[in-house]
Design a protein around this ligand. Structure first.
Ligand code: PLP
Length: 397
């Protein structure tokens, strides 16, 4: 591949035999497509022949976005979905999960993934066992004991930024006939190409870094060639596809993904280093800091940077201090998302993890003073100045 900077700018551009080729794919809203003749239409519907028939089967704007992401990820097939959770759902089904099967899932999976496995899949007869995916020994033991169909992990976990070793987990899964599904939303193909490390299926929430501007809700599933037919038919049947308007915006966002990620990583490291020096901050969780328990693994697995998200704990961390801190911010946006160009902050105890019993939440390391910060691409000094002012307010009283 050309560098990811070049690939992101050019992947998925229209290429056809017309005398004038648009530089940018159009937003193709047609739900139906007429074929040259009936036989061609039927061959396209069955998948024997490429082409467009009905937009739930595939459509041109989505195809441009999917082709671009395939190139960035080194995937053979991709389907853009209506949200990250739609993509997680499809990825789990793509592994072939059925009643009576076991799924292994990282214990610090994104909350909705955890709940999808633990409620909806459980109701359908799939048993989910949660495992510490940062420990290859724990995963190996769980694979041996439970013979799961698949393991789903996030290489950079939310909100504590723990790292799991994707290559090692892929090897362990394959020894036991299980598939590895990686939700690489936090990493993006700029930091990690999980398929090259042996992962079977990759998912992203496009709503985060790939879209990058907080104006697209979307997801994507990517895999190797032998998944192509199943991925196509699963998305046709479950129907949660990305809207072409959103696909257009997602592709536009993707063009600058490497540039944005480079800045997110630089700024996050600068902010993490600064936070670690503040007396009002008890602890900083960021894989780029040498104090992070998996810093060496992060350096090996994520050579381009450590991502744009960090978490930190206020020293006098109770929810009143956290609220004072959040209300004092002027630049950093207190919103329940991440990965946008603007810095974004979230209080896990009362938002993403509010459904957990306080004891359980604290036992997972998500204390009352923990904040998750998605560091944006503003000037790092401006982000730090905003945090500094808010820290002073939080520490007062
Ligand atoms: N996976 C991860 C790691 C996430 O952080 C999120 C959302 O925050 C999702 C999946 C779900 O994505 P969406 O909100 O686009 O459905």
């Amino acid at each position: 591949m050309k560098t990811i900077f070049t690939a992101a700018v050019h992947a998925g551009r229209p290429e056809n035999g017309d005398p004038s080729i648009p530089s940018v794919p159009g937003i193709d809203l047609s739900v139906s497509f007429r074929a040259a003749d009936a036989a061609t239409l039927h061959a396209m519907l069955s998948g024997e022949q490429p082409g467009y028939s009905y937009s739930r089967y595939g459509s041109p704007t989505n195809a441009a976005f999917e082709a671009a992401l395939c190139q960035l990820e080194g995937a053979a097939t991709a389907r853009a979905c209506a949200s990250g959770m739609a993509a997680v759902h499809v990825a789990l089904l793509l592994s072939g999960l059925q009643a009576g099967d076991t799924l292994l899932a990282a214990q610090d999976s994104y909350g909705a993934t955890f709940a999808l496995a633990d409620t909806v899949l459980r109701r359908l007869g799939v048993r989910t066992i949660f495992v510490d995916a940062t420990s290859p020994d724990a995963v190996a033991a769980a694979l041996a004991e439970h013979q799961p169909r698949a393991l789903i992990v996030e290489p950079i976990s939310n909100p504590l930024l723990r790292i799991c070793d994707v290559g090692t987990l892929a090897g362990l899964c394959h020894e036991r006939g299980a598939q590895l599904i990686v939700d690489a939303t936090f990493a993006t193909p700029y930091l990690l190409r999980p398929l090259e490390l042996g992962t079977d299926i990759v998912v992203h929430s496009v709503s985060k870094y790939i879209g990058g501007h907080d104006d697209v809700l979307g997801g994507v599933v990517l895999a190797g060639p032998h998944y192509a037919a199943d991925l196509r038919s699963l998305t046709i049947l479950t129907g949660g596809l990305l809207d072409p308007h959103a696909a257009y915006l997602a592709l536009r966002g993707l063009r600058t993904l490497p540039l944005r990620m480079r800045e997110h990583c630089r700024n996050a490291l600068a902010v993490a280093v600064w936070l670690a020096e503040q007396p009002g901050v008890a602890r900083v969780h960021y894989p780029g800091l040498p104090t992070h328990p998996q810093h060496d693994l992060a350096r090996r697995m994520l050579p381009a940077g450590f991502g744009g998200v960090l978490a930190f704990e206020l020293a006098n961390g109770d929810s009143a201090a956290v609220h004072r801190f959040l209300d004092a911010l002027r630049l950093v946006l207190p919103v329940t998302t991440l990965g946008g160009v603007a810095s974004q902050i979230l209080y896990p105890a009362l938002s993403s993890h509010r459904a957990l019993e306080p004891e359980r939440r604290r036992s997972l390391g998500i204390g009352d003073g923990l904040l998750r910060l998605s560091v944006g691409i503003e000037d790092a000094d401006d982000i730090i100045a905003d945090l500094d002012r808010a820290l002073a307010v939080a520490l007062r009283s």
